[in-house]
Design a protein around this ligand. Structure first.
Ligand SMILES: [Zn+2]
Ligand SMILES: [Zn+2]
Length: 250
């Protein structure tokens, strides 16, 4: 594994992330990772979202560390998908501070998705084909409206038609994440994604320093479901390209 590109720090509020950027980078260094990305939660998450000036402060820390550290640190954001039209909670004012944006759906986010708390998407509507279509469109629109490096833990909390999302992701150069903490794909969904040209990225989603680079659970599933390592961008010493963030359309 070259790097771990989905980790949380104290900038995710309410002790959601346990450690500082420095502590996470030291952990990455100690296990021999070459790269690390910090991706705290977008500001619309009611509990864990970052504060207003968090990315600005984090940028200063990351720049100083990259001047002296062995591990290359990227500053990203795990933005929330917040509307059926593919809007995300990336503030335009924050854009200059981040290297990239990843996008995921989270409960407990202020949004225009279903209701403001997204709670009615928990269980009862997960298998509703109409809701799945809405969710699929939301992800596709998000990739058309924003330059997104990767989609985090797809199929967690809400379901999509993974094949269609993967087709658009492949066309946009957006990776689909294989997340060590949240891996919710069925075997058929994995096959459907593999039938497209999409590429994957393996991440820990670490919320503490000791979990940086911890991907053993998801690696077992990758082998079990027969995902070829060549399809994983941060494997086998390959140089990882993370698409920089920009807003493509409103
Ligand atoms: Zn997440
Ligand atoms: Zn996360």
């Amino acid at each position: 594994m070259v790097g771990d590109y989905h980790t949380h720090t104290k900038y995710s509020k309410f002790f959601h992330g346990k450690h500082t950027i420095e502590q996470m980078a030291n952990a990455a260094n100690s296990i021999g990772l070459k790269e690390l990305a910090i991706t705290d939660h977008g500001p619309k998450h009611m509990l864990f979202g970052i504060n207003k000036h968090a990315l600005q402060h984090a940028r200063i820390t990351v720049n100083a560390m990259n001047d002296r550290n062995k591990v290359k640190v990227y500053l990203g954001l795990e933005a929330n998908l917040i509307s059926k039209d593919g809007d995300i909670d990336m503030r335009p004012a924050d854009a200059p501070y981040v290297d990239f944006v990843a996008v995921g759906f989270h409960r407990g986010t202020w949004s225009k998705f279903a209701n403001i708390f997204n709670v009615n998407l928990c269980k009862c509507k997960q298998k509703d084909p109409k809701q799945i279509e809405i969710n699929t469109q939301a992800y596709i629109r998000a990739m058309q409206k924003h330059s997104i490096a990767f989609l985090t833990h797809l199929q967690e909390y809400i379901r999509v038609d993974v094949k269609r999302v993967a087709e658009v992701a492949a066309a946009c150069g957006t990776y689909i994440e294989l997340n060590n903490r949240h891996f919710k794909f069925t075997e058929q969904e994995v096959k459907d994604m593999l039938s497209t040209n999409v590429q994957f990225i393996v991440n820990s989603d670490a919320h503490k320093a000791s979990a940086v680079g911890e991907v053993s659970r998801v690696l077992k599933l990758i082998d079990e479901y027969g995902i070829p390592k060549e399809r994983i961008v941060n494997w086998d010493g390959k140089q990882v390209y993370l698409k920089p963030y920009m807003q493509i359309q409103k």
